[in-house]
Design a protein around this ligand. Structure first.
Ligand SMILES: [Zn+2]
Ligand SMILES: [Zn+2]
Length: 345
């Protein structure tokens, strides 16, 4: 099969690899229909995070080819969404809703053979707990793109909003205009926020943020951005902050614009971030978030997509196939694209 292999900083390559097979009785093998490139793949591509040489990619939807003998509820031929992390769904961490901390779980796309998702086939461990069957068939390209976002970005943006405890009527700020930030805007809207402030200096992303429900755009950064929020909120700050970047500047801005008692919901993987313990203490500002348990949000988000209440697939603005994988990465690396979609089969 064809699989994308991370070769080192700035280099991904399509290679012929053995098609994965069932190794544990709890495994499934899925034929990939759509995959994509993630903002977190760029951290590796740019050399900001370590990744071993090997298969990469962690977001996909597809059709079940084969299941192990212990996998009961998932059948050959099922059309499925896979979260970016696999999980058994039964351990205490899963039952508390934190599937990314599953005691028998792990992550796709970390370099293990057969488990990179920018490929024709993927081996899925803990298939019964991990995969979500999508009812029906013959979905449009538009719906397929939205279903694919439930594998990561939409669930991750939603996790930022849930972690920040966005409530009906809130004023919410979303720091970050990548696919996750835009999904965060959509999530804040879904949870009933009244005013949603999106941070972006890019015209296309501003446009999509407004379409997803943003009411205000702030193009400034750093101190100027903090002052702009203060002006919008009569000096108080916002009720909830979604931090969807992970840099020190994004984190500093997020904590500075939170009102007393607000929570910063963070889903950007922290890179050189320091949290001010005393500053957050005196203002009672909270912090939650981490790797999104997107599996926990399927019950809320899958019907929203299938009923057409949300259309998060609009974050894909670059489409290619596996042969175009190098372009898919460079389009995002050069910020020519918000997110690259891969048509696999
Ligand atoms: Zn991802
Ligand atoms: Zn578990």
């Amino acid at each position: 099969m064809k699989a994308t292999i991370f070769q080192g900083v700035g280099k991904v390559e399509l290679q012929e690899r053995p098609k994965p097979t069932i190794q544990e009785t709890t495994d499934a093998v899925v034929r990939v229909v759509r995959s994509c490139v993630c903002g977190s793949d760029l951290w590796y591509f740019r050399g900001h995070s370590e990744h071993k040489v090997g298969p990469i990619g962690h977001e996909f939807i597809g059709v079940v080819e084969e299941v192990g003998s212990q996998v009961k509820d998932i059948k050959q031929g099922n059309f499925v969404i896979s979260p970016f992390a696999f999980s058994d769904g039964t351990c205490p961490n899963c039952t508390h809703g934190f599937h990314t901390a599953c005691l028998h779980g792990g992550f796709f796309g970390s370099g293990d053979e057969g488990m990179g998702c920018q490929a024709e086939y993927v081996r899925v461990p803990q298939a019964a707990g991990t995969l979500v069957v999508v009812p029906g068939s013959n979905y449009s390209d538009e719906v397929l793109a939205s279903l694919l976002t439930l594998s990561d970005v939409m669930g991750t943006g939603y996790h930022a909003a849930v972690s920040a405890e966005v409530k009906v009527g809130d004023t919410v700020a979303v720091v970050g205009d990548g696919a996750v930030g835009l999904a965060g805007v959509l999530s804040a809207k879904l949870l009933g926020a009244r005013r949603i402030v999106a941070f972006s200096r890019n015209k296309d992303r501003q446009k999509l943020a407004l379409e997803f429900g943003a009411t205000d755009i702030i193009a400034e950064r750093g101190q100027a951005a903090i002052e702009a929020i203060k002006k919008l909120t009569e000096g108080i700050g916002v009720d909830a902050v979604l931090e969807c970047v992970g840099t020190g500047e994004a984190s500093d801005t997020s904590f500075a614009i939170a009102r007393a008692g607000a929570i910063v919901g963070r889903v950007g993987v922290p890179h050189e971030v320091e949290i001010d313990a005393a500053g957050t203490f005196y203002r009672n500002v909270g912090m939650r978030g981490g790797p999104a348990p997107v599996r926990a949000y399927m019950d809320a988000l899958l019907p929203a997509v299938l009923e057409g209440r949300i259309n998060p697939g609009k974050v894909f603005d670059f489409v290619t196939n596996l042969d175009g994988i190098a372009d898919a990465y460079s389009a995002m690396d050069e910020r020519r694209a918000i997110k690259s979609l891969l048509l696999v089969s």
